[in-house]
Design a protein around this ligand. Sequence first.
Ligand code: UTP
Length: 300
Amino acid sequence: MPRRVTKAVFPIAGLGTRFLPATKSIPKEIMTLVDRPLIQYAIDEARAAGITEYIFVTSRGKSALEDYFDDAPELELAVREKGRTELLQELDRTTMKSGTIAYVRQHRPLGLGHAVWCARQLISPNEMFAVILPDDVIAAEVPCLQQMIEAHEETGGCMVATMEVSPDATSTYGVLDVDAGTGPVVAVRGLIEKPDPGTAPSNLAVIGRYILSPEVLTGLARNEASADGEIHLTDAIANEVGSGRKVYGYRFDGQRFDCGSKAGFLQATVAFGLAHDELGHEFAEYLKRIRTKDGPLIAK
Ligand code: UTP
């Protein structure tokens, strides 16, 4: 049985241009989905899956993220004095114990594959590790990474989260070429990053959760950029398949929101707002009220 995965890499060094001007001074991962920043959803999912070591690949302008994980004694004191113990619990979820968290820098945004490679010194030989992209938020009864780790304990090899997308959307994703199969685990024959329209081998898109072997880092060390100038993680995983090593797609059970895009972020805000214990009812009433209203809600 493969060793349990306990280390996760969070590549968060991207520029987040789709959210400019907000991301001029705020990291995308600090942007708030209802009342928690995107990075908190990722951390919660990783913790629930048994991850105990967290590696953040950061870049210029991301220091707010480092502060986010520290103790905040003055805030805790203020909250304690107000008797808001429930907020103390919330704050507690944000802090990371010393020595469990490490930061490495990606000096230039050369692509997701390059960002993962930047963490190479912190991954031991023979150690499988997870990669989580915080802008893919996945609502699931069993957290997506936990589903994958459990499946990986049976299969070994590398594993990528996958979901079906409409055929006209495949050109915006990494897409899997797979053996036929209907279960959650599919054997991967190949991966193509952003295939030209009409050429995708399937409609199974790669989503931002991965379980990878150190061999992928060796492949990334070649620093081969593709035609768009980026070093893609999917290309390095495709090389694994080409080298005869096992790669699996995992059709997770859950709902994924692309919070790296404005439309996806808005959809997630509505879904998580409606599901929120305190706000859900009031928000649902509001949505009902505005559904029948003619014209814009606010003047443009
Ligand atoms: P995206 O493709 O969403 O790019 O990256 P981005 O820069 O974050 O956002 P846009 O497209 O400019 O709006 C997917 C994930 O890979 C990380 C990002 O931080 C995000 O978590 N990434 C991407 C890096 O860490 N480094 C890179 O060079 C590129």
